[in-house]
Design a protein around this ligand. Sequence first.
Ligand code: FBP
Length: 305
Amino acid sequence: MKLTRRVKEILSWYESDNPGTKGNLARILMEGKLGGTGRMVILPVDQGFEHGPARSFAPNPAAYDPHYLFELAIEAGLNAYAAPLGMIEAGAATFAGAIPTILKVNSSNSLSTTKDQAVTGTVADALRLGCSAIGFTIYPGSEYQFEMMEELRELAEEAKAAGLAVVVWSYPRGPMLDKVGETALDIAAYAAHMAALCGAHIIKVKPPTAAISLDAAKKTYEKFPVEDDAAKRFAHIVQACFNGRRLVVFSGGEARSNESMLDDVRAIHAGGGNGSIVGRNAFQRSKADALALLASIIEVYKTKV
Ligand code: FBP
């Protein structure tokens, strides 16, 4: 595999990583229809944990089958497929080497009253299953945020030593954040920055709104405003990710129209974000519709900025 100049440049930003980790980042960045561009589209399917099986898969029952999800990511020409242990194990032999995988090693669930997560996979599992990376969610703002960050520290250290990459889902939630706060621009930038500080190679956050939520940050954003424009907001998140020295991708959220998804994608691309991680908006559509939407998303990321 000949790396593009862009991918080599991105790899150079990860100054402390060993060849194994850089090689795994390169595998993700060089895979699929966006391979070599520095942009990525990833399929995440951990919603069975987060929301339960029916809420996740009833809209498109084919998606109850883990093989369907691997096939969707491969046929769409995506960069990687991220899922919890059981889901990756269920297709491990059939799809070995077919697409880079990210083992989601912690998860929450809707039966819990606390904003905490269980560690359900290990670095050894990721290596055994041929994954390129581990994926870990932190909930900045939760009563358990420090424990999650400490778990991440241990797992990231182990993953990096073993030559794996580390993908961090940084989702603000907890007692001091209302629904508006969870996706407010200042909070999203803060969450992305903390994931970078925790040593993430790839950061995943929700698209930010124009709201500014933290009282302590309001004065600063009044003095140094971010223009009221979606692309400028994504660019601000990129700034918070070490001024673009860390890859950042944005989630798709609940099922919504193609146009609304594509509006976000155009703004992410214009703002210099590195791509999308699209779960429900992919696997809850019929395969034909999902492939069509993912192809349109990829086309946007292929255009010159
Ligand atoms: P979606 O594209 O379906 O939003 O998937 C992205 C994701 O981060 C999943 O990995 C995760 O299960 C889900 O979002 C959590 O969504 P929420 O925070 O809305 O419960």
